[in-house]
Ligand binder design. Structure first.
Ligand code: MF3
Ligand code: CO
Ligand code: CO
Length: 256
């Protein structure tokens, strides 16, 4: 499949979907604290997406995924399944990954929180991972190559002696949740596909405190670090504009 270039009408729908996904993350800020379960988080997101936004939570039933958001705690890298058995406690770190479908188009974004009082090193992992995302975003413009983005992310992570997960990557997005191209979070400058105005894709680096190797749990979804050290992830959906980028899932707390 070729990479799709979105029309102005499609871009407007992507803006709407992106804004809704961002709003779900903003809504969660007041709820994430010790004692809440990941199923509570799932329910808050699901109800807001369905009842308030009149939108569709894309993960629900996607390839059999059973819930409306992904909740990935501590050594879970991505695709954690919300459950009432997972009670957040002081010092945990969590990623909530929200994807909404509105008017057929997807908006996909995630962020990290520390629950209660941070443990040593956790805030740094989270901050460097966000910087990896932002450094990737800043390179987005026509003519940049995907390898440039992967390279800057890998450089920043490894400079801080973290590792970049190889087994999962960012992706083109539009009417289809995961489409071409694959957006690697490691790579070499001046390699890979060249960006063009009208492309929409995610950047979603997963950065580990230890080694990059992953393990899939028997539930078929939950991806954990093989060494059980912590992992962090941040994600945005990005539009390539004539002279740069637009972050379609920007939250009000962000600079861009
Ligand atoms: N939102 C994830 C991503 O960033 C995908 C989740 S698929 C699910 O691509 F089925 F696990 F929800
Ligand atoms: Co994504
Ligand atoms: Co996502």
């Amino acid at each position: 499949m070729q990479v799709s270039i979105k029309t102005p009408e499609e871009i407007e729908k992507m803006r709407v979907a992106g804004r809704l996904a961002a709003e779900v993350l903003e809504l969660l800020d007041e709820h994430i604290k010790p004692g809440i379960t990941t199923e509570d988080i799932n329910r808050i997101c699901h109800d807001h997406i369905v009842n308030v936004q009149k939108a569709i939570p894309a993960p629900l039933n996607y390839k059999g995924f059973p819930k409306s958001v992904c909740t990935s705690v501590n050594h879970v890298i991505c695709h954690g399944i919300p459950t009432e058995k997972k009670v957040l406690k002081d010092g945990d770190i969590i990623n909530v990954d929200v994807t909404v479908i509105k008017d057929e188009y997807h908006g996909d974004t995630s962020k990290m929180w520390v629950v209660g009082k941070p443990k040593p090193g956790t805030e740094r992992l989270i901050k460097i991972t966000q910087e990896c995302l932002y450094k990737g975003i800043e390179l987005v413009k026509p003519g940049t190559k995907l390898g440039d983005i992967g390279h800057v992310i890998q450089q920043h992570a490894e400079k801080h002696r973290y590792s970049v997960v190889r087994d999962y990557c960012g992706h083109g997005i539009g009417k289809v949740f995961h489409e071409e191209p694959q957006v690697m979070h490691y790579g070499k400058p001046d390699t890979g596909m060249e960006l063009q105005e009208g492309m929409t894709f995610t950047i979603e680096p997963m950065i580990n405190q230890g080694k990059f190797q992953t393990k899939l749990l028997p539930d078929g979804w939950t991806v954990v670090t093989k060494d059980h050290k912590l992992s962090a992830q941040w994600e945005h959906t990005i539009l390539v504009t004539a002279d740069g980028y637009e972050v379609l899932t920007k939250r009000s707390e962000e600079p861009f």
